[in-house]
Ligand binder design. Sequence first.
Ligand SMILES: CC(C)(COP(=O)(O)OP(=O)(O)OC[C@H]1O[C@@H](n2cnc3c(N)ncnc32)[C@H](O)[C@@H]1OP(=O)(O)O)[C@@H](O)C(=O)NCCC(=O)NCCS
Length: 230
Amino acid sequence: MSVYTKKRVSINKLRLEAVYEMRNWGRHESMLFRDYNFPNMTDKEIQQWYKYKARARNKKCYGIRNEEGKLIGYLTIREIKKVRKLATLGLVLDPNYMNKGYGTEALLDFLEHFFYTLNMNKMILQVAKFNKRAITCYEKCGFAITKEFYKLMDSQDIDLEYELSREEIYENFKTKKDRIHMGYYKMELPINEYTKRTNKNYKNVHNFVDMWKSFRKKTQYVDNNNIKNT
Ligand SMILES: CC(C)(COP(=O)(O)OP(=O)(O)OC[C@H]1O[C@@H](n2cnc3c(N)ncnc32)[C@H](O)[C@@H]1OP(=O)(O)O)[C@@H](O)C(=O)NCCC(=O)NCCS
């Protein structure tokens, strides 16, 4: 099912057959990005990966294709909270197609679908502080940093001094009890911010607080179906 098509990218629900195409993707050289390399997997493991990513509860997964129809990335929304209408984003491109504007374009297109078709209220994400390319992409789409936190790194064997400058290590990592912790930002994009940026009217009422506010402000339109679903 095609969700929508715009400009260079098209975004569709991810199908199992598309996942096999990811085997031909490029690889990140930096160890800090190794978790984003598509793993070498057997057909059976790919089926399990697909089941985990695309068929699990509270998750949706979409493939991103470029103007030539090539699968260049995928995005997921997980931890979908149906009542509060929140979800957490994951976005990964084939390394061969990074830094060409595809990530920003795909996300901007998907946000339209997220807010106006899925009727969600807010998109949330977590991004490593050192990942400046991703942060720039999210900021261009309207996300703002709401929190900073540190997490113990799963891989303690990465040679940070090989990967990053001293300043970058100092700014983005902390050592506690000889264990390296990586800094993260939580970033958020609420619908009102998205609407302001895209100059759209706030068409739908997304939960009971919004409904109450909308009555107080005497806004014009209440989507009864939507309220029934919350
Ligand atoms: C993050 C990701 C989805 C972004 O998509 P993309 O297509 O590469 O990003 P875009 O080209 O749309 O935008 C990147 C922006 O960051 C800028 N940028 C690149 N490297 C940068 C750096 N080191 N510091 C600051 N900005 C940087 C680019 O110049 C560009 O901004 P501009 O268009 O204003 O020039 C993609 O790079 C990716 O899949 N990365 C690997 C996986 C990953 O990190 N996922 C995110 C996890 S939270």
